[in-house]
Design a binder for this molecule. Structure first.
Ligand SMILES: [Zn+2]
Length: 139
C-alpha cells in the first residue's frame, strides 16, 4: 500500500480488502441457497469473472457483489479522502463487471448479479428460480 493515503482511508481500505472475495457474503448466500433447496450449484467455477456461484447444468452464473467494491446505488459512499482514487477504482470494477457479464452472455450463460445488501431477500431466490425455469428446470 502506497503511503499517499491517510490513516482513516488506509484502515477502510484494509477492512474492504478483508471482505474482498466476500467470505461472509458468500457464506450467507450459500446458506440461503441451501435453505431454499435449490441444488446443483458450484462455487468459483473457472468461468470469466469467476462467478461466486453457478449452475453448470442451466448455464446460470450468479455474482454476489460487495456494495462497496461494486458501487451499490443504495449503499456506496465515496470515502472522504482520495476521492479520485476511489472513483477510478470502483469505476474500473464496474467496467470489469460489465465486460465479464457480456462475455458470459455471449457464451450462452444467464448472468444474475445480487447486491450484498439484498441477498437476504426472497427476490434473490425467485430470480434464480425464474432463470432456472427458463432453462428447463422443473422444480
Ligand atoms: Zn448495497
Amino acid at each position: 500500500m502506497a503511503d499517499f493515503v491517510d490513516k482513516a482511508t488506509r484502515s477502510r481500505y484494509m477492512a474492504a480488502i478483508k471482505s474482498r472475495g466476500n467470505q461472509s457474503t458468500e457464506i450467507k448466500m450459500a446458506r440461503l441457497l441451501r435453505e431454499s433447496g435449490l441444488k446443483g450449484w458450484r462455487r468459483h467455477s473457472p468461468l470469466p469473472g469467476t462467478p461466486d456461484f453457478c449452475w453448470p447444468k442451466y448455464r446460470i452464473a450468479l455474482f454476489v457483489d460487495g456494495c462497496f467494491w461494486h458501487g451499490c446505488p443504495r449503499c456506496y459512499k465515496t470515502p472522504k479522502s482520495n476521492v479520485s482514487f476511489w472513483q477510478k477504482k470502483i469505476e474500473s470494477n464496474r467496467g470489469r463487471d460489465r465486460r465479464v457479464g457480456g462475455k458470459l452472455r455471449r457464451m450462452g450463460w444467464t448472468v444474475i448479479r445480487v447486491w450484498e445488501c439484498r441477498i437476504k431477500f426472497e427476490s434473490t431466490i425467485t430470480r434464480i428460480e425464474l432463470s432456472m425455469l427458463k432453462r428447463g428446470w422443473n422444480g
